[in-house]
Unconditional design. Structure first.
Ligand code: ATP
Ligand code: MG
Length: 559
């Protein structure tokens, strides 16, 4: 395991180490419990890396992490989400090793626990309307008012609960509530509802049930049922912990998991909640859950983000008890850091202008060697074909360049990456004043050699042969929002969408790029990191590339 993994330490890992050492637990069992009501996002990656990471680090003692679908609400959940979640967890590099569970498989157990609570006089069927229940909860200053049904006999509640299960009640006509303390200073403890009637079919259990447990009741029971030792959740659940413990205390459970809270991940220029991401998809602001601008794992994947960079990012931000917002530039830094080391270089011209080498014979061509990855000399070089006409980037030429501009201009020299030094001897302009063609001469014997004496050549530019290169659709993605805190925008997050978050150009690319497999990543020299699109790129037929990230942080400059 790498050094960074070894040095990882945080208050949760400390607790786990202590529990192993003291013998409180023989091993550690964690879980990642997504609700299948949307795609996973980078915030979930933090929880995945924590839970699966702890299991991996403690594998020696038999530790494991369960992937559990928290599918207790029949109304919002879909099978499509289940499949995407499994794919995303595996893509990040984690393995549930056969421990894949569905909370909906425990419905009978939840029901038995509810019955046990009623029998102990710790739960009752309440027939108040949802509005009455809400109104009588009181607030932080005033205690709640007990329901008139609170002290009904156990037998009556048992009977009514059975009727609820049998479908004799409509939605909202009756609920089961825990009987705790209507005057508790913690609102969560004021007789929370633990079961309600919902007449909707469930994706797993179909019409078998028409009563469903509330999240706060089901979650501790799911954990206990699976013998989870440490149930790690985000800070919002801190005030729910007394109820978590109450359920474990009073229900017939086979284990006593401990809930520990940590701060959730928030990122600048990003919205994270599934509800808001669903809005972006439904209202057509993006092209689906896996749109490369989305903070979903499938979006990041399609954007070309390596899973290793996400895991590294999660390690770097660490686990604390303090809510805050992480600069998205930190994620981008990890992406660049990884790709700079790992990605091969290729040449592509996004805004092409034609160069003609006037002293290079028509019909002649040759191959030059271009280094694949200067960070990894062992990856060697490739042959790229060169001829009389080529494309270079429009902004690598200036008609009237300042002294510090080292690229092409009238009478100036520049090197073609891996190839000749060329000199500009003239140019043509169209009616609109745009340069249409640059005339150059190549300097023989300069491939792989220093500039001849008296020739100033301080830069190398990328190029694509006009004859041998290919055309490719290139999507230039940028941040989806223009504001650092889209959630805080006055007009809502939709009002601060970046209108330039996607620009599509037809680029010229070196021939090899047309044939790469989908998801192949590389650096387009001097332009940024790109990936062959997972969905639309067809090798040899239709090259499509997505920009993952630029070479440096252009937003830092703008600010
Ligand atoms: P959202 O608020 O985005 O809809 P959620 O918490 O409702 O997310 P779940 O499917 O319930 O989504 O989450 C599964 C797990 O992922 C939970 O344990 C939750 O604590 C964790 N999680 C969700 N969002 C984040 C986040 N931003 N940072 C860290 N962990 C998160
Ligand atoms: Mg949730």
């Amino acid at each position: 395991m790498s050094d960074t993994t070894k040095s990882k330490n945080d208050f949760i890992r400390e607790i786990i180490a202590e529990d192993l050492e003291s013998g409180k637990h023989a091993t550690t069992i964690t879980r990642f419990p997504p609700e299948p009501n949307g795609y996973l996002h980078i915030g979930h990656a933090k929880a995945i890396c924590l839970n699966f990471g702890i299991a991996r680090e403690n594998a020696g003692s038999g530790a494991r992490c369960h992937l559990r679908f928290d599918d207790t609400n029949p109304e919002k959940e879909e099978v499509e989400y289940v499949e995407s979640i499994k794919e995303d967890v595996a893509w990040l590099g984690f393995d549930w090793g056969g421990h894949l569970y569905y909370a909906s498989d425990y419905f009978e157990f939840f029901h038995d626990c509810a019955v046990a609570l009623i029998e102990k006089g710790l739960a009752y069927v309440d027939e108040q309307t949802p509005e009455q229940i809400k109104e009588t909860r009181g607030n932080l200053q005033t205690p709640g008012t007990p329901s008139p049904y609170r002290d009904r006999p156990v037998a009556e509640s048992l009977d009514l609960f059975a009727q609820m299960r049998a479908g004799d009640f409509k939605e909202g006509e009756a609920v089961l509530r825990a009987k705790i303390d209507m005057a508790s200073s913690n609102m969560v403890m004021r007789d929370p509802v633990i079961y309600r009637v919902i007449h909707s079919p469930h994706h797993n259990t179909g019409d078998a049930w028409c009563i469903y447990p509330m999240y706060d009741f089901a979650h501790p029971l799911e954990d206990a049922h699976e013998h989870i030792t440490h149930s790690l959740c985000t800070l919002e659940f801190e005030i729910h912990r007394p109820f978590y413990d109450w359920v474990i205390e009073h229900c017939p459970v086979p284990a006593r998991p401990r809930q520990i809270e940590f701060a959730r991940l928030n990122l600048t220029y990003t919205v994270m909640s599934k509800r808001k991401l669903l809005t972006l998809v439904k209202e057509g602001h993006v092209e689906g859950w896996d749109d490369p601008r989305m903070p979903t794992l499938s979006g990041l994947r399609r954007r070309g983000v390596p899973p290793e960079a996400i895991v590294k990012f999660c390690e770097r931000i660490g686990i604390t008890k303090f809510n805050g917002t992480t600069d998205v530039a930190l994620l981008e830094f990890e992406i660049r850091d990884f790709l700079n080391r790992e990605a091969q270089r290729r040449m592509a011209v996004l805004d092409p202008v034609k160069v003609v080498l006037e002293n290079y014979e028509e019909g002649r061509s040759e191959e030059v060697d271009v280094v694949n990855n200067p960070e990894k000399p062992e990856e060697g070089s490739r042959k790229v074909k060169l001829g009389r006409e080529l494309w270079i980037e429009r902004d690598d030429f200036m008609e009237d360049p300042p002294r510090k501009f080292f690229r092409l201009g009238p009478d100036r020299h520049v090197r073609l990456r891996g190839g000749y030094i060329i000199k500009c001897v003239g140019f043509e302009k169209g009616e609109d004043g745009e340069i249409t063609e640059i005339r150059c001469e190549y300097l023989p014997d300069t491939v792989g050699r220093d500039a001849p004496e008296g020739v100033q050549c301080k830069a190398a530019i990328h190029w694509v042969s006009a004859e041998f290169g290919a055309e490719a659709e290139v999507r230039l993605y940028d941040r989806l929002f223009t504001e650092e805190d889209p959630d805080g925008a006055e007009g809502g997050f939709v009002s601060v969408l970046n209108p330039e978050s996607k620009q599509t150009v037809m680029a010229r690319v070196e021939p090899s790029l047309a044939g790469v497999e989908p998801e192949w990543r590389c650096q387009f020299e001097r332009l940024g990191y790109f990936v062959a699109d997972r969905r639309d790129h067809v090798p040899g037929e239709r090259p499509v590339f997505n920009r993952t990230v630029g070479l440096r942080d252009s937003w830092a400059k703008k600010k």
